[in-house]
Design a binder for this molecule. Structure first.
Ligand code: ADE
Length: 262
């Protein structure tokens, strides 16, 4: 872990290649197709994390992709549903970045997200986070805390892969609610986000604590400003989105493994 003598600068390192990638996902339905496609095998959590809900798996490096640890938030032990949101995402990221394994080059928050008609989004669009993450529901009007609440943390610079993947680039804004309150809406318009979800900024914060650049790959299941209820759109589009997450994440991993340096 970095300490005061070893501050981690707030910057967006260019990530063209990676040997080791940690992927953090929230819902089992989002993660299952990717886990299967990777052939990832269960990975035992360290003893100190063995009671936590996160589900770890591992796929070794091949010629076509980096070594991958896939960490899914798991089932909430109290409520019996996927542990979505920032608290579980931070916990999962902390576990996955504290395994007894070499430090990864990149941590990726991968999952579904909402977009907006007003920003030209369409269902099925895929985004890479750029240039930063933000939070839209942490309002702390006290000196210093306001900025901390906004939590504008830099995204790993994955722009060189965007066109090969057919991904758009955009600010990813996280909050702990699936709906969009009037205040959320105002803050999202102010922060210029194109993607709304519930985990990426938390993963980026933990990535920063560990000195690991954080990127995000998100696919749009719902258009928040459409007249159709967001949750109905989400349910209808979740399975297709999970396939998109599988194919785009595999393609990104292939780009990161490609050695075309001669
Ligand atoms: N995940 C998918 N759609 C979402 C939305 N509209 N808000 C938050 N998280 C989401």
């Amino acid at each position: 872990m970095p300490n005061e003598q070893d501050p981690v600068p707030l910057q967006s390192p260019i990530i063209d290649r990676a040997e080791r990638v940690v992927i953090i996902m929230a819902m089992e339905a989002e993660a299952a197709p990717l886990r299967d496609a990777l052939g990832a095998q269960p990975l035992e959590a360290p003893v100190w994390a063995s009671g936590l809900p996160c589900r770890l798996s591992h796929a070794s490096k091949t010629r076509r992709r980096p070594d991958v640890v896939l960490a899914v938030n798991g089932t909430d032990p109290i409520y019996g549903v996927d542990a979505v949101g920032s608290t579980a995402a931070a916990l999962t990221a902390h576990v996955a970045l504290n395994l007894d394994r070499p430090k990864p080059d990149l941590v990726l928050s991968v999952g579904t997200a909402g977009g907006w008609l007003r920003a030209g989004a369409e269902i099925g669009d895929a985004f890479l986070a750029w240039p930063h993450f933000a939070c839209h529901d942490r309002r702390i009007p006290l000196p210093g805390f306001e900025v901390m609440g906004l939590s504008e943390l830099p995204a790993a610079d994955l722009r060189s892969h965007a066109s090969a993947l057919g991904c758009r680039l955009g600010i990813v804004s996280s909050g702990d609610s699936f709906d969009e309150s009037k205040t959320d809406r105002e803050r999202i318009i102010a922060n210029g986000a194109e993607v709304k979800e519930m985990e990426a900024a938390a993963v980026a914060w933990v990535g920063h604590l560990h000195g690991v650049p954080t990127g995000a790959l998100k696919t749009i299941t719902d258009l928040v400003d459409s007249p159709v209820a967001t949750e109905a759109q989400f349910v209808e589009n979740l399975a297709t989105a999970a396939e998109t997450l599988r194919s785009k994440t595999l393609a990104l991993l292939e780009c990161l493994a490609r050695d075309d340096r001669g």
